[in-house]
Design a protein around this ligand. Structure first.
Ligand code: PPS
Length: 274
């Protein structure tokens, strides 16, 4: 049996979250101008981005990423574990969040803090999330991919509707304190993406330091790093193929239709996948 509660129409696992903390992070948590926040919908490549940013901060030195668990290096605002760490931390903070725009700390919108938002083809996110939930006890287990697709399209999944999450956060994409990245771009041009992040965060790295960031944030290196590999131990990589192997033709067509409807109005090319 999984213990979870609903908050504003979204299921949250009681293992990781508490209603009072989510409420407090929304209304009372103070985000400071010097903070940087990594924001994403789950399964978008967040942990990869966290590892990359930690390595940028240490100029490629792996000591920090190999000695401190990833969730303590960039604590999650809304979690039982992350919230107390963050409120007690002085100086510029690096933090993570999967919160949708309307549940994100209100103080952020009055600050100059930086947000890096990473998006990914939602079909991959869906399949990744499906296998993740099948292997964990966080909320109810979907009995089939078909069931999970229904939940996903309705937004009855952790952190709610991907469409709303993405639409709402993308409304900030022209702000100076907002950097939009995609998993697809990180894969295709990893070095270029790291340079983009460095520019955004005002960090200057030498080419050999950049090589080290690349080396230690690779899929293989993260898988071998016990301080970072929790999200990889449950992944499908090497086990199953991509979303095309899992969706039926009808499911894929229906998903396309919903995508077109819900994401209408964004410039073509904003989403770097087919
Ligand atoms: S979480 O736990 O919801 O925050 O998940 P998140 O970290 O956002 O996403 C998990 C997916 O990211 C893949 N991943 C990586 N891809 C490439 N390189 C590196 N270093 C890397 N680290 C994690 C991971 O395999 C999950 O995707 P799927 O499709 O399940 O393999």
């Amino acid at each position: 049996m999984s213990a979870y509660f609903w908050f504003e129409g979204i299921p949250f696992s009681a293992i990781l979250y508490k209603k009072e903390i989510i409420e407090e992070s929304l209304d009372k948590f103070v985000i400071r101008d010097e903070d940087s926040v990594i924001v994403s919908y789950p399964k978008s490549g967040t942990n990869w981005l966290i590892e990359t940013i930690c390595l940028i901060q240490t100029k490629g030195n792996p000591k920090w990423i190999q000695s401190v668990p990833i969730w303590d290096r960039s604590p999650w605002i809304e979690t039982k574990r992350g919230f107390p760490i963050l409120i007690n931390k002085e100086g510029p903070r690096l933090m993570s969040s999967h919160l949708p725009f309307h549940l994100f700390p209100k103080s952020f919108f009055r600050s100059k803090a930086k947000v890096i938002y990473v998006i990914r083809n939602p079909r991959y996110i869906l399949v990744s999330g499906y296998f993740f939930l099948r292997n964990t006890n966080l909320i109810d287990n979907p009995e089939s991919l078909g069931t999970y697709i229904e939940w996903f399209l309705k937004g009855n999944v952790p952190y709610g509707s991907w469409f709303e999450h993405t639409r709402d956060w993308l409304s900030m994409r022209k702000n100076d304190n907002f950097l939009l990245l995609s998993y697809e771009e990180m894969k295709k041009n990893t070095r270029g993406t790291i340079e983009k992040i460095c520019d955004f965060l005002g960090k200057k790295l030498e080419p050999d330091e950049l090589d080290l960031v690349l080396k230690y944030s690779s899929f293989q290196a993260m898988k071998e790093n016990k301080m970072s590999n929790y999200s990889l131990v449950l992944t499908r990589k090497g086990v199953a193929g991509d979303w095309k192997n899992h969706f039926t033709v009808a499911q894929a067509e229906n998903f396309d239709k919903v995508f077109q409807e819900k994401m209408a109005g964004f410039p073509p090319g904003l989403f770097p996948w087919k």
